[in-house]
Design a binder for this molecule. Structure first.
Ligand SMILES: Cc1cc2nc3c(=O)[nH]c(=O)nc-3n(C[C@H](O)[C@H](O)[C@H](O)COP(=O)(O)O)c2cc1C
Length: 357
């Protein structure tokens, strides 16, 4: 098992060992939920935690400068809000100026964060134009500067990146360079920037990534990201590629809110819809504190919960026309009543007394 220099990440590794033993694996990898803009805020993280969450969470990415900028501060705080009792996530930040990372990480530390992750993989043209995200892959010096500046805070500073900007093979230079910066965790989304998420993830490079890590920075944890649907798929990937320490799951959570559970099982419709109800309640509280939030963003979550059951698409279509949480609750209540009536009808239809008379 890798001995990490960072107490935060060592604790994550240790916690992961408390999951049930996994045949074929001496060390159980840790699982994380990927940082996702407009998705992994405090509200959704708590819903996922309720469904059986991962070992560690990442916030949505936040511009480093905005964290202490007087005008942008307010929205940055909503992105970085952590609810009472919530597991402290890793704050993901982006930018390209050392000074912004120095001030942002100090502020994050004051707000209780113990770890930050630097986004060096975002493919968005706007972020790249501002020198952040995957543009770092073309500017090694900036990457070194922002890592060193973030470290000034004393927080655990990790990096999430891609294999390359245009060329996949860039990773043969880029990954060693990052490993030389002595970070406790390196997360690699195994695609290039150019590929966005349009081609299957390149698992064929994982063993080489492990080799590089072992040679250059054996104390750095290596986390793999890309197309991993759920915990079982992640465990299988680690079985095939020994040496991988962590698995990061992003879009898998859209298909299955229970993607991180230890023992996958069928979940009742009631259970799944109760997660949606939980999200609506938490959203209302969050909206009261930081709103008005854009309700359209909430609508995008409905398909996570309303799928794979009879009349799901009818319900979802109706929900997509809603403009507030009260309307969504009304639709759910109506659906519950219709379902109960339908089930009662079926029970009556198979009543043995009825049949024998
Ligand atoms: C809606 C959405 C928002 C995302 N936002 C971020 C982000 O803020 N920071 C980041 O590093 N990656 C972001 N990503 C990329 C994911 O973290 C992840 O690298 C990518 O989705 C591949 O993993 P997956 O196949 O498990 O989804 C985002 C992806 C999606 C789909």
């Amino acid at each position: 098992m890798v001995q990490v220099k960072s107490a935060f990440w060592q604790n994550i590794v240790d916690q992961a060992q408390k999951h049930p033993a996994v045949p074929g694996l001496k060390t159980i990898p840790f699982f994380s939920m990927a940082p996702m803009e407009a998705v992994t805020d405090s509200v959704f993280r708590r819903v996922v935690a309720h469904a059986g969450g991962p070992d560690v969470y990442f916030t949505e990415f936040t511009n480093a400068r905005s964290i202490t900028h007087p005008k942008a501060k307010f929205s940055a705080q909503a992105r970085l809000h952590v609810a009472e009792g919530e597991v402290m996530p890793v704050a993901q930040i982006w930018g390209n100026r050392g000074i912004d990372f120095e001030t942002a990480t100090k502020d994050l530390k004051e707000h209780g964060y113990q770890a930050v992750d630097i986004n060096m993989g975002c493919p968005s043209a706007t972020i790249i134009k501002n020198g952040g995200g995957s543009d770092m892959i073309r500017h090694f010096d900036d990457a070194a500067t922002v890592i060193a500046s973030a470290k000034e805070s004393g927080l655990a500073v990790s990096v999430k990146t891609r294999l390359g900007f245009n060329e996949l093979e860039t990773f043969e230079k880029w990954v060693p360079f990052l490993l030389e910066q002595d970070v406790p965790l390196l997360t690699v989304h195994v695609r290039s920037r150019k590929e966005m998420s349009k081609v299957p993830a390149h698992y064929e490079y994982i063993d080489r990534l492990v080799e590089l890590r072992d040679q250059i920075a054996p104390q750095t944890l290596l986390q793999i990201n890309g197309d991993i649907k759920d915990r079982n798929a992640g465990l299988e990937l680690v079985r095939q590629h020994p040496g991988v320490d962590g698995i990061m799951i992003g879009r898998g959570i859209f298909e299955n809110p229970f993607a991180f559970e230890d023992q996958p099982r069928e979940h009742s419709l009631e259970e799944t819809l109760s997660l949606l109800r939980m999200q609506l309640d938490l959203y209302d509280t969050f909206n009261a504190q930081y709103g008005p939030l854009n309700f359209k963003k909430l609508r995008r979550f409905f398909k996570i919960y309303v799928r794979h059951f009879n009349y799901a698409s009818d319900l979802r279509i109706a929900m997509m026309d809603s403009t507030n949480t009260t309307q969504v609750r009304e639709l759910l209540d109506k659906f519950d009543q219709q379902l109960a009536a339908h089930q009662a009808e079926q029970t009556i239809a198979i009543d043995p007394n009825e049949q024998s008379s």
